[in-house]
Design a protein around this ligand. Structure first.
Ligand SMILES: [Ca+2]
Ligand SMILES: [Ca+2]
Ligand SMILES: [Ca+2]
Length: 451
């Protein structure tokens, strides 16, 4: 393994809370950054702190590291993923993605001045502006300011999706290429059923030419917003992790979920579904906030393991701490607990197939890179902030922030094997890189390791 910086994007100022998404620029690509020198904030009433907040910059680069443009956003745009998100999508079909993001020219909690804006990816010019829906205006703060932007394709047509709310009332709107409203749905809090997730996979899992948005344990059509399938009609809660993955031999899909809320006697906290709603396996009944999870190919013969981390909140003098009280490893296809461990807690290790051989390596604490057996095989410096298929290099790559620059790190010795080629065959692998600056998609490889 030979880890090298293959791309460098120097923004020329210190880097704090940041996100990034891949942008198509004709036959080239570029990288969009939403970055602040300061901290990130969360709308949760017990979590929001204003100390350390600084303005967000939108910065656009080509892949040669040339800054195309940058703009400082107004101080009404709070630097948190639920307030500040963006997607790249070619809605007008000219071969260049536009950038859609949520701007706010008013006070930080304003509804009146919050808007969806469209920006020309090459120039930074604002080319459209639409009022942001007031749907969650009457909710409490934690539910009020949970916004997502996602996107997908319906029979080749791009559909932009704007969303408000999770945990409570949830509202989603689809937009056609000419930014005409296409559909509008509400999933009410008082209707028993799943309440979204912190990650938003978009994938045509039933192969009918229309992408499905995995809205928690519900599959919504991006074409008209209707619910194709509620995987868990018996579950009334929010799920932190929704992760689709494919069996490399049978080519059958599985959907791994880790649940945050909705605890009930005898009900599982981790469930893996088949795409028709059948339960493939489930585990850990009754209680526990399953906060983090991943899937990784770590067993011989490309066997896949699902990790789940359980935590609980411990109130302290200034808010609360998260205390981890369980880390579990399951065979991804049978649900049997497996005897697997890494030299660090699994939730601190991020799976990524750097050398393209079909087995995952791990980004572990202290800049260590581990192989699937937990042995250190490489190291890096900097803070990982995004991972997956970032460039056309073989294997998968990760992005770090170091000094005033973002860098893409790749294994220059990587060679793509059969599993990696299988991943390329699914548009999910590269399409999700456009959605990395929305929700928690960028974290933990939930989105990038489908096969
Ligand atoms: Ca375009
Ligand atoms: Ca479909
Ligand atoms: Ca590998």
């Amino acid at each position: 393994m030979n880890l090298q910086t293959t791309h460098r994007f120097d923004i020329g100022r210190s880097i704090g809370y940041s996100h990034s998404a891949t942008v198509k620029l004709g036959d080239r690509e570029g990288m969009l950054f939403l970055t602040t020198p300061g901290v990130g904030v969360d709308p949760g009433e017990e979590l929001f702190h204003y100390k350390g907040i600084e303005n967000t910059w939108l910065v656009m680069f080509d892949m040669d590291g040339n800054k195309l443009w940058e703009k400082e956003l107004p101080d009404g745009v709070l630097p948190g993923i639920w307030f500040r998100c963006a997607v790249a999508l070619d809605m007008d079909g000219d071969g260049y993605d536009e950038i859609y993001f949520i701007n706010n020219t008013g006070a930080p909690f304003s509804f009146m001045h919050r808007k969806l804006q469209r920006v020309n990816a090459l120039t930074g010019e604002v080319t459209g502006s639409w009022p942001w829906p007031w749907n969650t205006f009457h909710d409490r703060m934690s539910l009020c300011y949970r916004f997502y932007l996602v996107a997908g394709y319906a029979h080749g047509e791009p559909v932009l999706i704007t969303c408000q709310g999770t945990y409570g009332d949830m509202y989603l709107q689809g937009w056609s290429g000419d930014m005409q409203p296409r559909w509008d749905v509400k999933i009410p809090m008082d209707t028993f059923g799943p309440k979204a997730s912190h990650v938003t996979p978009v994938l045509d899992i039933n192969g009918d030419g229309v992408d499905e948005l995995f809205w928690g344990e519900r599959l919504l059509s991006v074409d008209d917003g209707h619910e194709l399938l509620c995987l868990a009609p018996d579950y009334d809660g929010h799920s932190d992790i929704i992760l689709p993955y494919l069996h490399p031999e049978t080519r059958e899909w599985y959907i791994y979920t880790c649940r945050e809320g909705g605890e009930a006697p005898g009900k599982p906290r981790v469930v893996t579904f088949r795409p028709d709603g059948r339960v493939a396996w489930q585990a850990l009944s009754d209680s526990g906030h399953m906060h983090t999870g991943w899937c990784a190919n770590v067993l011989d013969g490309y066997g896949k393991v699902c990790m789940a981390m359980r935590q609980h909140f411990v109130p302290d003098d200034s808010g609360f701490e998260h205390e981890v009280d369980g880390i579990f490893y399951f065979d991804a296809f049978t649900g049997k607990e497996v005897d697997y461990s890494l030299p660090y807690p699994g939730y601190l290790c991020e799976p990524i197939d750097l050398d393209g051989d079909g087995y995952h390596e791990f980004l572990a604490p202290d800049g260590k890179v581990l192989d699937r057996h937990g042995k250190q095989i490489a190291s890096y410096t900097g803070t990982p902030m995004r991972m997956g298929k970032l460039t056309d290099h073989s294997g998968e790559q990760f992005m770090i922030a170091r000094g005033t620059a973002f860098e893409i790190i790749a294994d220059t010795d990587a060679r793509d094997g059969e599993i990696m080629k299988m991943r390329y065959a699914i548009p999910y692998l590269t399409f999700m890189q456009k959605l990395m600056a929305s929700g928690y998609n960028a974290i933990g490889s939930q989105i990038s390791c489908g096969v």
